[in-house]
Design a protein around this ligand. Structure first.
Ligand SMILES: [Zn+2]
Ligand SMILES: [Zn+2]
Length: 220
């Protein structure tokens, strides 16, 4: 967005960067980039190094930061503070992680059924990624089952996701490969179930991406 448009929006909806306090913008891309650490991709199945010796059918998961500190604060502002512009900045900031990855589509993890959220935070991130990487966004998945939001519970206390947790909402024409995107990845279970729904729809997931990586990765 141009500076003038930013300023105009600020007059209507005053916003400041939650990290540096600059007015007339939401989160600066520079500030979001400052939170990212140069993490190597991990195996989505075991969170070990990728390529993985144990899981030859796995795909790499890229992430920007551990789910703690300022990065966690930004995720919470995006999700619970309803500041969608943060998601776009995060997507732009994260795009360098996928610089070497080619795919036909970027697919966000959808909102849970009956979610009270005003928007899908993962889709906001994908919009930023899509703008930078020139890979189209395809919001082609939906939840197939009603499950309670997973964020606050410890991973070990969660019910396992059913095999058919997701379904295809539509079949994007000409799409053979995709990158799955979520705001936070904690166990990899959500991404793996989404990947199997896409696979059944004829789309191979070549990589996944989240802004932050939670417990399983943090403590391994
Ligand atoms: Zn800033
Ligand atoms: Zn593995």
């Amino acid at each position: 967005m141009s500076g003038i448009a930013d300023l105009f929006l600020h007059l209507i909806f005053p916003a400041t960067c939650p990290l540096c306090g600059k007015i007339a913008s939401s989160c600066c891309v520079n500030c979001a980039e400052g939170l990212l650490s140069p993490n190597l991709p991990i195996c989505i199945q075991c969170f070990g190094p990728y390529p993985c010796d144990k899981h030859s059918d796995s795909f790499p998961h890229y992430y920007g930061a551990a789910h703690e500190g300022q990065a966690r604060k930004l995720v919470h502002l995006l999700k619970y503070g309803h500041d969608g512009a943060i998601g776009f900045s995060l997507g732009v900031a994260l795009s360098f992680l996928l610089a070497e990855t080619r795919a036909d589509a970027l697919v966000p993890i959808p909102l849970h059924m009956g979610s009270p959220r005003l928007f899908n935070q993962s889709k906001k991130i994908v919009k930023g990624l899509s703008c930078k990487l020139k890979i189209p966004l395809q919001d082609c998945l939906s939840w197939n089952v009603r499950v309670s939001p997973r964020a606050p519970k410890a991973a070990k206390d969660r019910d396992p996701l059913p095999e058919n947790a997701f379904k295809m909402k539509y079949f994007p024409r000409g799409v053979k490969t995709a990158i799955l995107c979520d705001d936070v990845c904690t166990t990899g279970a959500t991404i793996l179930k989404a990947a199997s729904a896409l696979r059944e729809g004829g789309i191979q997931v070549v990589a996944s991406l989240s802004f932050t990586l939670g417990q399983k990765g943090t403590y391994n």
